[in-house]
Write a new protein. Structure first.
Length: 288
């Protein structure tokens, strides 16, 4: 949904018209391109004879869909490079793919007040093997932050409202982002847009979605921060490495060394990302 909404917002900004789910109009326009941002069941509604640009809201893996043999998908948009590599390897037929992440609403996600230097957000998006990672990673991290004298806010993915997250970001000095992997990672990009530096758990290694791994799919490497550079913050692979980089990270935060919003403004402008969507899909219109 976020890919869909942010693409629409970008198209509105550059005054590009579009129709939503207008299947009747599609039937009346031979060879018109259908843009399916997500929700695989929509593929079934596209009339024959229309090329499809599909993505970036695609399934976690091609094995989750059965329409590859008959759907007229001429282009797939994939939200990051590692995810594209997995799709390129495992698609049951050759389909051109391109990397296209959506933009971020930088007007909504922006710093509004001076952040507290003693409040830290721990964003917990650890989805699998929590019986292992809570005592091995999450609890020790929270304890170490409190030992530093920091006020710790823990937010778990799926258990908050977006407006609450926005308010929290306006009152913290930095965020620890805990997730096994991301294909775009809107939550941490929204934090960066709010000028909140991120210390991210980036374990790398295998894609370990338990619905596929290890019996059906083995793929590596993955990352939890597919869009990140030195302006955004720092990374660690496990708790031991966290203890080695924490002093440097928090010192850099205190000295204002990171410039995360600058990175987002350069790379995730809504209008620019919409223009890139059009550029990547334009050849389908020309060939239709």
């Amino acid at each position: 949904m976020r890919w869909f909404l942010n693409l629409r917002a970008g198209l509105d900004l550059i005054n590009v018209p579009y129709r939503l789910n207008d299947y009747r109009s599609l039937k009346r326009t031979p060879s018109a391109v259908a843009y399916v941002v997500g929700k695989p069941h929509v593929i079934n509604k596209i009339p024959a004879g229309h090329p499809i640009a599909y993505g970036p809201g695609v399934a976690a893996h091609p094995l989750e869909n059965e329409f590859w043999d008959w759907a007229e998908i001429e282009l797939m948009l994939i939200s990051c490079q590692w995810f594209k590599k997995m799709y390129d390897r495992d698609l049951p037929r050759a389909i051109p793919t391109e990397v296209w992440p959506a933009g971020v609403d930088t007007n909504l996600w922006r710093p509004l007040v001076t952040a507290s230097g003693h409040r830290v957000l721990v964003y917990d998006k650890v989805r699998w093997r929590r019986d292992e990672y809570v005592p091995k990673l999450i609890d020790p991290l929270v304890a170490s932050l409190r030992h530093r004298g920091l006020d710790v806010v823990v937010l778990r993915y799926g258990y908050y409202l977006e407006e609450d997250y926005q308010k929290i970001l306006q009152n913290v000095s930095c965020m620890l982002f805990l997730c096994e992997h991301e294909t775009q990672g809107f939550a941490y990009l929204q934090a960066l847009s709010s000028n909140v530096p991120v210390l991210a758990w980036d374990r790398g290694g295998m894609w370990q979605d338990p619905s596929m791994y290890p019996d059906r799919v083995r793929f590596e490497p993955v990352t939890s921060v597919p869009y990140f550079d030195e302006r955004c913050g720092m990374l660690f692979s496990d708790f031991e490495e966290y203890t080695q980089v924490a002093d440097e990270f928090f010192s850099a935060v205190d000295r204002g060394c990171f410039r995360p919003r600058e990175y987002i403004l350069e790379n995730f402008n809504l209008a620019d990302r919409a223009r890139e969507f059009i550029r990547l899909t334009q050849h389908l219109v020309k060939s239709a």
